[in-house]
Design a protein around this ligand. Structure first.
Ligand SMILES: [Zn+2]
Length: 200
């Protein structure tokens, strides 16, 4: 709290300072930018934040981000619904989609199993995934959890759940460095991993 600033300015600086990667100096710079910018533009920013929080929800089928009950990918008739690609978070869907190679549908786990952090399988959307596969029509499940300890553990856990079911389980592996994340993998490495997925 800087006594030289007004209450509103201090509040905005404080809010910007909560954003990832924003230090106190940048927070101050952003707040002053908003102060100088015209009212319509500043309100458009405020409104887009409000709309995002009001409109975004979870797809009832795949748990990806959606603005209606079913997300755009699940609604897309051209998608191959026989293949479900399992990812940890919605950002991974975006990274994989950028390769332009994915004609499958997704399942977003909303995290990974991490017993030490108290994240159990029941905290994820694994139940819903199993239900989707039980409903039939799925021939392959592509595990695209991160190639690190937690991601590998989560993939193995899900594979063991699915082993009794008539479905092929594969894993994105080739070229993805161990310990890395899907989110930050380059497009060419992801493309290689998609095309070279192997049986788990
Ligand atoms: Zn969906």
């Amino acid at each position: 709290m800087n006594p030289a600033y007004t209450k509103s300015l201090n509040t905005l600086i404080e809010q910007f300072g909560k954003l990832p990667g924003i230090g106190p100096k940048t927070a101050e710079r952003l707040a002053f930018y908003i102060l100088k910018t015209d009212t319509a533009e500043a309100l458009a920013l405020a409104e887009s934040i409000s709309d995002l929080k009001k409109n975004i929800r979870q797809c009832k089928i795949c748990c990806n981000l959606a603005e209606s009950d079913i997300c755009g990918i699940c609604q897309d008739a051209r998608r191959d619904k026989h293949i479900i690609c399992v990812v940890e978070q919605p950002k991974d869907v975006i990274s994989l989609e950028k390769t332009g190679l994915c004609k499958w549908v997704y399942h977003v786990l909303n995290g990974h199993i991490a017993p030490l952090e108290g994240i159990e399988p029941t905290d994820l959307t694994i139940d819903l995934l199993v239900k989707r596969i039980r409903a039939g029509g799925v021939s392959e499940v592509v595990m695209a959890t991160n190639p690190n300890l937690d991601g590998d553990g989560t993939a193995l856990y899900i594979q063991s759940l699915l082993s009794a079911m008539n479905v092929k389980v594969t894993r994105l592996a080739r070229g993805l460095p161990s310990g890395s994340t899907i989110e930050f993998a380059s497009g060419s490495i992801l493309a290689d991993a998609i095309l070279g997925r192997n049986a788990l």
